[in-house]
Write a protein that binds this ligand. Sequence first.
Ligand code: GLU
Length: 466
Amino acid sequence: MIRTRFAPSPTGYLHVGGARTALFSWAYARKHGGKFVLRIEDTDLERSTETSVNAIIEGMKWLGLDWDEGPYRQMQRLARYREVAEQLLRADRAYWCYASKEELEHMREQQRARGAKPRYDGRWRPENAKRAGLTPPAGVKPVLRFRNPDEGTVTFIDLVKGPVTVANGEIDDLVILRADGVPTYNFGVVVDDLDMDITHVIRGDDHVNNTPRQVNMFQALGAPLPQFAHAPMILGADGERLSKRHGAVSVMQYPEDGYLPEALFNYLARLGWSHGDAEKFAREQFVEWFDLAHVSRSTAQFDAAKLAWLNHEYIKEADPGRLAALVAPRIERDGGKLADGPALAEAVKLLKDRATTLEHMAESAMMFYKRIEPSKALIAEHLTPEVMPAVRELAGSLERVEWQRPKLAEAVKAVVGKFGHKMPKIAMPLRVMLLGRTQTPSIDAVLELLGRDTVLARLQPYLVES
Ligand code: GLU
């Protein structure tokens, strides 16, 4: 049974990079009929917050990344980490270290002065402490360190990057339990991946360098290794690590900006993974196609324009009722009165082919729910003496015509023909009078949507002959 996990540290919002990694883990489990586990790695007591836990959960739910187990929380598993730590201690694969901060700093300074890489020198390894005559200083709470092998190499096969080998001599003895008993990341992650029977550790490649340490711990525990797959980092268009400068990096900013979850989902799926040249595909299709072999080794670039394009595509095919429900609060927020205009789902039908985001759609729909008086300049430009006779004639026929789009289009065409004007000559002044702007859906659609009473009432003030 395949088991994957997403293990965020709750120190901020759900970042699009984290969400992309979660998406890959989720898809891998779903594809293989496995289980997807959510684990909150909240051991950084200073930076972890409940707000962040909620933001992560909210972001995952919005994207539709459902989990089968969890959220587990590391801070509720302290007894278990202590138990495994003691197991390592008994096997002489871990030891207490009493070195003070100042002492360690001094040690590193000396190493740097010698031109050596700063690393813990193993002074509290029992045999070294004994040789140096060190005894535990009174009143000092020790940390527990993992005894990394001194010799040989450590190797794992990354399902994305291929084999990775590091000399053990490069790795120092890592703190695994802090003085307060809280595990460090590398230890907590090993115990949890082990206890939670994780078969595939899929995560961002900022963790490649941690993996050899983790592999050594798995081995010290006599545990089988999970498979590892490190997905590439996501960069902005300028090649820098993705950050706020490149646009929204918090998943939950996207619903606010008017993106549909299926658009962001689809977009994230393509960040560091591909299936031929397929760009737009549904969630089920992604699950069917996803495999680690097609996760890219090179960095992925965040392209806001492509995401906007996808959003536009999904908006076009979305159900108008659903879109209306998402657009309604935006219109009310900006002072539009839904009760004063046509059914929003009908307006949405007219606007959705042109909207990139729900925010754009709300902006355009506003003309139906908030009377926008045309500016003097628009009136002067479009309501010219030349066209007004035709407009008056049309207003007359609008009193009688059957109120449905084809009939309305006919009525407009008839006037256009009779007066020998071009279509826009008539449509523009109508738009200006009815909606206060020149950019609207086609005029017959606008007429139908507004309804006879509103149309006639809005035209009326302009029709009196001076
Ligand atoms: N808590 C780690 C992070 O957010 C998880 C890394 C992992 O998946 O092992 O980066």
